[in-house]
Design a protein around this ligand. Sequence first.
Ligand SMILES: Cc1cc2nc3c(=O)[nH]c(=O)nc-3n(C[C@H](O)[C@H](O)[C@H](O)COP(=O)(O)OP(=O)(O)OC[C@H]3O[C@@H](n4cnc5c(N)ncnc54)[C@H](O)[C@@H]3O)c2cc1C
Length: 411
Amino acid sequence: MDFEIHYTEEQEKFRKEVSAFIEENAYKEPVEDIDPMRVTPEMWNKGREIQRKLAAKGWFAAGYSKEYGGGGMDREHRAVLAEEFGRIRLEHRWPIGHAGGTEPDRIHTSGLMSFGTEEQKRRFAPKLFSAEWYGFQAFTEPDAGTDEASMKSTAIRDGDVYIVNGTKVFVGHIPPPLRPDYLYWPAVTDPTAPRHQNISAFWIPGDLPGITYTHLDLIAAEGPKWEVICEDVRCSADCLIGEENKGWLVTQATLAAEHGGGGVIVTRGSSLTTRVIDYCKKTLRNGKPISKDPVVQDTLVQLYIEDKVSRLWGVRNFAMAEGQIPRVRYTGTQTALHSRRHAPALGKALMDILGPHCLIDDPELRILMGTVEHQVRLADVNHIGGTCETQQIMMSRGLGLGRGTAAAARR
Ligand SMILES: Cc1cc2nc3c(=O)[nH]c(=O)nc-3n(C[C@H](O)[C@H](O)[C@H](O)COP(=O)(O)OP(=O)(O)OC[C@H]3O[C@@H](n4cnc5c(N)ncnc54)[C@H](O)[C@@H]3O)c2cc1C
């Protein structure tokens, strides 16, 4: 089956229009610091400004219905957008890279669009689709990561409001001192009900009294991370998404998106792996290109294969989500499992090939503008949205195997 994208004449014309827009709005030179944890408020705000310009053209929430403020565009044109945005991002000239991406985060929209009331979709979606609002997905708690259903946050109804208490950790992306517009926050609404039947999902306005934000200083992440505490926060009852005590369904829709269920169109041109291959061809070690070493060649070929597998699965899942080919239940987690396993392998391979030079972040000496150092640091941070073990369990369920069968197969 050919998953590759081939442009028609009309799509090529559209591509040129998108490319011209990007050139007008991108930084002229690559941005020095590629580590998303070190994004500044200025960089963040510049990215948001461009997202809003994209939204005005219908290119931000391109795939969402116009009824809710989306662009109503077909998948072929969205593929053009994704490829062009991906290309400029790899050149490190795209400010949006620092501000949460080139489309509203599906982790937020999937729960809202699947389970929100019509009134809620009309109230919240246009704010997301115009890039006016930005929020935190606030799921993980100090004692509830993998086992999300054991959360201790509570939201107890009191007339027209819910009183929210609890702590979430490792959440968000915004650089301090900026704050999110809302918190997507599941909490226990019926402490007497069984697990999974006691949770509800809320969109809590981010500036309500009783909310405190503490910036977390981590080794690596995909953006600045936060601890958020709610103490007797009075949240309007009309911010409950879906039915009361049915929040587990909303959470599942959200996690399915986070595990790659929607797929992704990745640029065909250049990835970190292809850039490392190019670097190894051009850089001499002991008078010879690094790529001439047969052990290095072996490692690079393996990385190249894994890179292409990731890309193909992303495109395949996108095609499935669009109904182009039938959906299969395990494919999202299959992609997530592969990328979570590949991340540490890539970090180790970079260390093996390039040695301690990988660890240098000095602007004069670092490799590929610090991308390699950042990747090595990020290598073991592969538990975002669920660890390898979690993905493995979910994939085995998708395949119709039990949890026990998967564990036995690993032994
Ligand atoms: C960079 C980064 C960004 C993040 N961003 C967000 C965010 O925006 N929003 C958010 O809500 N959360 C976020 N998280 C949190 C993330 O979702 C959790 O770290 C993740 O779910 C794992 O939970 P935990 O860290 O509590 O690990 P634990 O759940 O304590 O797991 C510890 C280990 O035990 C294993 N384990 C646990 N249960 C089982 C089981 N049943 N079977 C087999 N093995 C098991 C795990 O696989 C893991 O190896 C982020 C995390 C990171 C690192």
